[in-house]
Every structure is written in structure tokens, then in C-alpha cells.
Design a protein around this ligand. Structure first.
Ligand code: DX5
Ligand code: ZN
Length: 214
């Protein structure tokens, strides 16, 4: 079963409570939280305090995506919130395996994110330590960007890598009901979607994603 992880960065952040209720009613699988530090990426979004407030207001599991320059410092701040996934970027750390172990010890599942220009082959020797690989299909930093076409060949490479390992593939950026089906055929297990879901009727948009992937 394909999972849908709505990126609330694209939601009305000052009026999130009803949105979280709608996501539960629409049976979203996760809440995707885009933490940006204004350094690894140009924008600054929110951190552990905001994430804690979201955690307190929803029953849905958290899918935390850290776009930060110093994941060694930022990752542990999320441990008390017990996210389902904590994902950091391959490009941001020299000790991905240690960090993955720390996340696992804290009771969450470690995820490794890859920017569009990072070769999939770069993670071949470390992917065994992760439960999830997040394939960026836009340059990280903003929601609402167009899907980058090199994702297709990258997804193919990741699917081959998956044959020898146990991770799930999450694709993030520019996903709508026009490309979701092909992404799932290509090997995606979790689809992140922000602009598509929140710039329309939330329940209808989630339903239309489900319809094309089932
Ligand atoms: C981009 C973020 C994405 C983004 C998704 O840096 O990691 O999660 O918010 O939003 P859409 O679906 O609008 O590209
Ligand atoms: Zn994201």
C-alpha cells in the first residue's frame, strides 16, 4: 500500500488545527515536517518547538525531514517527540551511520535524503543502516516547485539498490495526481505532497492521489 505524507509547509501555518483534523479524516499516513535552517537551504521554516506543537495536536505519525547543515546537533532535539521517521541529508554529514544508529536507539526510524544532484550510487555502502531513502524530486528549499525529470532515472537506480536492502523509497517535491501513478510504478512507497494537497480541497486532493495510485 502506497503511503501519502502531506507536507504541511504548504498549509496555512497560522491556522493549522483544522488542517490537522482534515488530514486525519482524509486518513493521511503521516505528517511531513520540512525543517529548514536558512543555511543548508535558503529558507528558514520551523524547528522542534513547532514540531512539538503539531505532535500534540495530531494522532498521525510524524515524518520529519531535516534540511539542516548540522544534523548531528539538530537530530537529537526531535527524539522526545518520537517521530516515526527522522530523515537528514546525505550531503550534510560526515557521520551518517552514527547518526542513523542514534535515531534507531531513540526509537525512531532513520531516513537518508538525497538532493537531485547527489548520485544514487553514493549511498550504496551506507543504505543498509536506513529504513527510508528520501529522493528529492526538486531542489530542497521551497514547496510548489516543478518536478525535476532526472528523478525517473534516479528512482530506477534506487529501486535496484532496494533489491538487496530493506528501506522504503519516499519521493518528495512537485508531486500531484499527474505523476503519482508513474512514481509508484517506478518504485515509490511514500509520496510527499505539499502544494498539490493544500492549494485545493484537502480531502479531495488526497482522495485523487489515492485513486491514481491504487
Ligand atoms: C522541499 C520540501 C518538500 C515540499 C513539498 O524542500 O522538502 O517537502 O514542501 O511540497 P510540494 O509538493 O509543493 O513540492
Ligand atoms: Zn520534505
Amino acid at each position: 500500500m502506497v503511503k501519502i505524507s502531506p507536507s504541511i509547509l504548504a498549509a496555512p501555518l497560522a491556522n493549522l488545527a483544522p488542517v490537522l483534523g482534515e488530514l486525519e479524516q482524509a486518513a493521511a499516513d503521516f505528517i511531513h515536517l520540512d525543517v529548514m535552517d536558512g543555511h543548508f537551504v535558503p529558507s528558514l521554516t520551523f524547528g522542534e518547538e513547532f514540531t512539538a506543537a503539531v505532535a500534540a495536536a495530531t494522532k498521525l505519525p510524524l515524518d520529519v525531514h531535516l534540511m539542516v547543515s548540522v544534523p548531528e546537533r539538530e537530530v537529537p532535539k526531535y527524539f522526545p517527540l518520537k517521530p516515526f521517521y527522522i530523515t537528514f541529508h546525505y550531503e550534510a554529514t560526515s557521520a551518517p551511520l552514527r547518526l542513523a544508529n542514534e535515531i534507531r536507539k531513540a526509537g525512531s526510524k532513520p531516513g537518508l535524503a538525497l538532493n537531485p544532484r547527489t548520485p544514487v550510487a553514493a549511498i550504496a555502502d551506507i543504505v543498509f543502516a536506513f529504513d527510508l531513502v528520501l529522493l528529492m524530486s526538486v531542489e530542497p528549499g521551497y514547496y510548489g516547485q516543478p518536478f525535476i525529470a532526472n528523478t525517473w532515472q534516479r528512482l530506477d537506480g534506487l529501486k535496484k539498490l532496494k533489491e538487496q536492502h530493506h528501506f522504503v523509497i519516499e519521493v518528495d517535491g512537485g508531486i500531484s495526481d499527474t505523476n503519482a501513478q508513474e512514481l509508484v510504478r517506478g518504485g515509490a512507497d511514500i509520496l510527499v505532497s505539499g502544494g498539490f494537497i493544500f492549494k485545493g480541497n484537502i480531502r479531495e486532493r488526497i482522495a485523487s492521489l489515492r485513486k491514481v495510485v491504487e
